[in-house]
Design a protein around this ligand. Sequence first.
Ligand code: DX5
Ligand code: ZN
Length: 231
Amino acid sequence: MANHPLIAPSILSADFARLADEVAAVQGPPGSGADWLHVDVMDAHFVPNLTLGLPVVQSLQKSADLPLDCHLMIENPDRWAIGYAESGAYNVTVHVEAADDPVKLARDLRAAGSKAGLAIKPNTPLEPYVDVLKSYDTLLVMSVEPGFGGQKFIADVLDKVRKARTMVDTGHLNLVVEIDGGINADTIEQAAEAGVDCFVAGSAVYAADDPGRAVEGLRSQVQSASSRSRS
Ligand code: DX5
Ligand code: ZN
């Protein structure tokens, strides 16, 4: 596990008519609050849902003080992902199931100034992509079928997290291991114990009365799970 666990609230569960306020609600003073802001881009083709695209990300880029973690659930990321990197996103994640040439795409994203992230759906195995992952900075393990917030956590994907963690800890890969889907107070500790570095949480943060406190609650659960697994 990374020394500093990262918490990335997903604005998919926020009120889209009040986005700036919703971002401010999870942004703390330095050293607290959310680490990244997770932005789910869906195109109604790769997934059966439509959310937001480049113009909204560009506006968020101007108004939010958090690094943007753009998760592109879109077809043809080889063509469209670059715009998100050029807009200043901190990390741009594409789905391996949608990318034609993921190694070239990672190179293009990095050349445009962002980190490169690779996402895998719950039923996509990790092994075939280990070489490809050498070109990437983050691995997003989906723990629900992509498309919607508020779904139930699929614990089976933690095997992939454990494998990725081992490859990172043994120096075979150099990646932030991120998990996305169904992360809440009931599931985050098992994800932490499996070796996740970055925890995306949508409904667990934005359905809470106080999203900022929800972020801190998740973070303290990760910290206690990691001190347990170290002892
Ligand atoms: C789902 C999205 C997730 C979603 C997670 O396709 O990628 O980022 O916002 O929402 P929760 O945390 O509610 O499962
Ligand atoms: Zn996501």
